[in-house]
Ligand binder design. Sequence first.
Ligand SMILES: Cc1cc2nc3c(=O)[nH]c(=O)nc-3n(C[C@H](O)[C@H](O)[C@H](O)COP(=O)(O)OP(=O)(O)OC[C@H]3O[C@@H](n4cnc5c(N)ncnc54)[C@H](O)[C@@H]3O)c2cc1C
Ligand code: SF4
Length: 433
Amino acid sequence: MRPRAIVVGSGAGGATAARALQGTFDVTVLEAGGAFRPLSFDLGTIERLKRSRLLFDPRLIRVPFPAMHARRTPEGMVIVNGSCVGGTTTIATGNGLRMDQDLRDLGLDLDEEFEEVGREIPISTGHRRGWHATTRRLFDVFEELGLDPVPMPKMGDPERCRHCGRCVLGCPEGAKWDARRFVQDAVRLGARVVTRANVQRLVVEGGAATGVVAIEGLRRRFHPADLVVLAAGGLGTPPILERSGISCDRTLFVDPILTVAGRRSRAWQCKEIEMPFVAQRDGFILSPYFDYLSYLLEATWKAPARDLVGVMIKIADSNAGAVSAAGVEKGLSGTDRSRLDEGVAFCREILLRFGIEDGRTFPGTLNAGHPGGTVPLTEAEMTTMHPSRLPENVYIADATLLPQALGNPPILTIVAIAKRVARVCVEQVTTPA
Ligand SMILES: Cc1cc2nc3c(=O)[nH]c(=O)nc-3n(C[C@H](O)[C@H](O)[C@H](O)COP(=O)(O)OP(=O)(O)OC[C@H]3O[C@@H](n4cnc5c(N)ncnc54)[C@H](O)[C@@H]3O)c2cc1C
Ligand code: SF4
């Protein structure tokens, strides 16, 4: 009989780990959310929803769109994640960048894993062929300002992309890659997925986990395991550890973003692939973005969607914040604020050159969707991939392990880390003692 592995969460890290572990282990994936369904509302319905002001609280977004969870921190930042099979990758914009320099500096060489990722996930900038006039003009403006923009590598199939702009609402064309593909692979290999299984805590005896307890509907259920891989994401893994008596650090990062927008008649940025290109600056990135979250939440974003043009700043924030079963605490440090101010100045300049009148730009909602960093891997743990505070047969395979904010798309890096974690776990079973 094969040893049993429980993988908690089916996002970037969980799906990768489940796929790699199945075969050596009998894998059961426990996922708190249900099957993913894209938001089906058309633009007209979304505009009516905005005008109704029914979405005065970001938590209400999950009523029409159950996969998207959003909440405001006491400090005023809206933090977003996906809760469904495929996790946050289902509502991601499909950006695929390798961002492992910090890990490499600590001694973790993920070259082999990234080579595998390159064979398994199609990544291309072929979407550039379909860019609309607004995007082409914005690209020229970025170049004129010396910002060195480059087309964003996207995970998926550019031939199927219709440039509909709905990436964060769930790709209706199946053009965007998301982690459900790895979940399907794992299931084909024999893994089991239990949805709406909200894992509460580990059960630990004598320094090792014997399984996990999950709430499934009205039931509390024990799932026995020989190996537990926690991949509930940067917001999901810490509360499970806390309820298991294992503390996490107050080093949460989230990569805050702010979109500055202006009005330009029939710009139709809302019908363009999200984040088509990117400019890397010191500590932040700039990218064109139609920000649905700000559009829905901000009363000042009054223009019809077709007339809005936005540019986003995403910063690599300080490791200062906490997540627990009680909620998320996250504000901006002084450095974060000055990075954001610098980015806002660039956005205004870009929009001005694009043709939006000076003084007629408006900021959106400060929000974030790359949480992690509260059980950061240390140099000493790079070989074992096992944080010393965990029971011996419990691993983490998600953004929780990242030592620093990337200020950039993390999915590929999380996938590579999860592959390494799974490899370590497989080798423990297959390598003779
Ligand atoms: C709007 C948006 C756009 C983004 N775009 C990009 C992009 O273009 N490129 C990129 O690289 N990154 C992007 N990101 C970030 C990226 O999607 C996430 O950083 C990444 O998916 C995190 O992977 P993860 O495995 O750590 O967690 P997740 O993918 O969030 O997966 C965690 C899973 O665990 C489940 N879970 C949580 N708690 C429990 C529990 N107690 N029991 C059982 N299951 C649980 C959740 O339901 C979820 O399915 C975006 C994020 C957002 C919000
Ligand atoms: S623009 Fe539309 S078709 Fe293209 S990846 Fe995004 S959601 Fe899919």
